[in-house]
Write a protein that binds this ligand. Structure first.
Ligand SMILES: C[S@@+](CC[C@H](N)C(=O)[O-])C[C@H]1O[C@@H](n2cnc3c(N)ncnc32)[C@H](O)[C@@H]1O
Length: 397
């Protein structure tokens, strides 16, 4: 059933930053609405228990509604809170955390636009862009406001030198000194990219064409090698904030052993090595593990061990751990690791998560053994419904 022009009063945000209204007692999820608005909507999906709708007309506006700056905002699903003021975005994220964890978080903003140092783009017949959520429909872009200016310059190059026969993927990453581009597929203007002063490192189908297949990041007094296949936080200011939260927590703790799980290139392990006799990092990605091993040498660290394994395949080898830090991918922890963390009973557990929904699910189990002491939100992904959550827990004695 398609219903056009139906009027609805919006009640509140849902968990994904859409809003919820009610039509004849049935819940309706409306994209890009805001709380307390009155909207004319078009139902695009009508199920037994709920419906989904898009806005046709705003009858009564929330005073925190702003004009989105992105020209692709209506069709692209890369960000979904550009129509809300930063204040309202902050309220949405804080209220969600309070609702999920029953504790008020401390909230830290970063910068609202041009913060991402990494992007993966799809290419179809030379056109560069994102896939619309849950589809393979390409939203062609020339500029994305979430990406750093350097990354946007590289996108401009691909659009200037469009190769109609090029179908594939482009990964662009940058730090303050280097810009790294990795291409999968056959792109005929590689020589132009190679000559470009914007690009320092160029990799085509795994082969280095210019520079290196990694860059070196500097954070505080440390240096980190990061391969183009290794994880690194996408928002530099956000990472610096996480580090300062960690350092602040650790400064008066006298710890023997820290487990740093899902450790990437061991950025956090290296930061934490100052506060314990021994740190053990565990990471499954072989490139990130190789980087981590080199980073230990680069920074002359002698109390950090790096293990290249899946956490769930080795977590039960550890005992007498004072602090466990987990920083898993969006899907969160597996049940075996959760059960072992409950058995391990470390004095402290720090859970860093970019997905509050999986964090909430995992904490429901972990709260058998640990209680939440502090909660921080670092707005690592402004203008989207995501936020980095740092949850500090202590064993219940
Ligand atoms: C969100 S990143 C965190 C990395 C690191 N803590 C940092 O801040 O740079 C998650 C990391 O977990 C790794 N990973 C994913 N699943 C894993 C598993 N089952 N066991 C070990 N590492 C895993 C990924 O390769 C990635 O490097």
């Amino acid at each position: 059933m398609i219903v056009i022009g139906m009027r609805v009063k919006v009640l509140k945000f849902d968990d994904l930053g859409n809003v919820i209204g009610k039509i004849n007692d049935k819940v309706c999820f409306i994209e890009k609405g805001l709380p307390n608005e009155e909207l004319e909507i078009e139902i695009i999906k009508d199920k037994k228990d709920y419906s989904k709708a898009v806005i046709k007309n705003i009858v009564k506006k929330n005073s925190n509604r702003i004009e989105p700056i992105c020209k692709y905002y209506d069709k692209c699903s890369g960000c979904n809170l550009e129509h809300a003021s930063l204040k309202l975005e902050q309220e949405f994220k804080i209220n969600k955390a309070i609702d999920y964890f029953e504790i008020s978080p401390k909230y830290y903003e970063t910068i609202d636009y041009n913060y991402r140092n990494k992007v993966s783009l799809h290419v179809k017949e030379g056109n560069v862009g994102y896939y619309k959520e849950k589809t393979h429909d390409l939203i062609e872009i020339n500029y994305c406001h979430l990406l750093s200016n350097k990354i946007n310059l590289v996108i401009e190059l691909f659009n200037k030198y469009k190769d109609k026969k090029f179908n594939g993927e482009i990964l662009i990453r940058e730090n303050s000194k280097e810009t790294m581009v990795s291409i999968i597929g056959e792109y005929q203007f590689l020589d132009i990219l190679k000559e470009s002063s914007i690009i320092t490192n160029l990799i085509s189908n795994g082969k280095v064409i210019k520079g290196n297949d990694y860059f070196i990041e500097s954070i505080n007094e440390y240096k980190f090698k990061v391969n183009y296949n290794s994880f690194f936080q996408v928002n530099r200011l956000g990472l610096e904030k996480i580090i300062s939260i960690l350092k602040d927590f650790l400064k008066d703790k006298n710890l023997n052993t820290i487990l740093d799980l899902y450790s990437g290139t061991s950025v956090l392990g290296i930061i934490m090595h100052e506060y314990a006799k021994k740190v053990i990092s565990i990471e499954e990605n072989k490139y990130a593990t190789e980087d981590a091993k080199l980073n230990i040498k680069l920074n002359k660290i002698d109390n950090l061990e790096v293990i290249n394994k899946k956490v769930e395949d080795c977590i039960d080898n550890f005992q007498d751990i004072d602090l466990v830090l987990v920083d898993p991918a969006r899907r969160g922890l597996d049940i075996k690791s959760i059960n072992y963390l409950n058995k391990l009973k470390s004095k402290y557990l720090i859970y860093i998560s970019c997905e509050m929904i999986s964090l909430k699910r995992d904490l429901a189990f972990l709260r058998e053994t640990y209680e939440i002491k502090e909660l921080y939100l670092v707005n690592m992904f402004p203008r989207t419904n995501k936020v980095e959550t740092i949850c500090i827990l202590e064993r219940i004695d």
